[in-house]
Design a protein. Structure first.
Length: 226
């Protein structure tokens, strides 16, 4: 799409596009998680290992894009937001990929499988958390349009609706997490204590994916308020 900002042509390729690409790759790492847990539920450790590698590859790609944005984002931009705010946004986005990697590393490192009674709840929780990351991506994909219109008009209202949905999705993950932890608590006496500790850790990290996605939305909201 041709830029509506007459200054945009001075910069060639949009400096915002790499930030959006970074969020897309970070979200990709998160979106592998439901399939990852599906494979483990089925005791298909070969497929789990393949998905594990996909998550690590996406995290590595996100890290590379993060470094590229930090090096190449112009220091003098005629933009309605400070460069430092855009760099902060990238750092927050990167946490989504980092946390997805942390989950995969812990689970594969321990050949970890949740108890059968928790599998359905865990799968629903993973899907809810990754839906939150997907919604954050949809909002970030509007960033270039927001900048072109100077964070005003209909585009802002449209993104605000997206961010409200993001908040709604994150609150849903909190409710699912409470339910999942309650089920695990009732089973603690039947399970090895070390395993229980790591079950709680993975539940917490999955929740962190949703929390970090919501923080991406919060940062975008701050940019719109500048």
């Amino acid at each position: 799409m041709a830029s509506r900002n007459p200054l945009g042509n001075l910069f060639g390729r949009s400096p915002i596009r790499p930030i959006q690409e970074h969020m897309q790759v970070a979200n990709e790492a998160a979106q592998h998680l439901p399939e990852f847990f599906q494979a483990i539920e089925a005791n298909d450790w070969d497929r789990a290992q393949t998905v594990h590698k996909d998550i690590l590859a996406a995290e590595k790609a996100a890290d590379k894009l993060k470094r590229s944005v930090r090096r190449h984002l112009p220091k003098s931009l005629f933009l309605p937001v400070p460069r430092s705010d855009l760099l902060s946004l990238v750092s927050i986005q990167d946490q989504v990929a980092n946390t997805a990697k942390d989950i995969a590393v812990i689970v594969m490192g321990r050949n970890m499988r949740f108890p059968d009674k928790l599998q359905a709840s865990l799968q629903g929780y993973a899907e809810a958390c990754t839906a939150t990351a997907q919604q954050a991506l949809l909002a970030i994909q509007e960033l270039d349009e927001l900048l072109e219109v100077g964070f005003s008009g209909r585009e802002v209202k449209r993104v605000e609706v997206m961010l409200k949905e993001l908040d709604k999705l994150e609150r849903r993950t909190d409710k699912v997490a409470i339910s999942l932890r309650a089920k695990l608590f009732k089973m603690e006496d039947e399970l090895p204590p070390v395993d229980v500790m790591f079950y709680y850790r993975v539940i917490s990290l999955l929740g962190a994916v949703a929390d970090e996605a919501e923080t991406v939305g919060d940062r975008l909201q701050i940019l719109m308020a500048r």
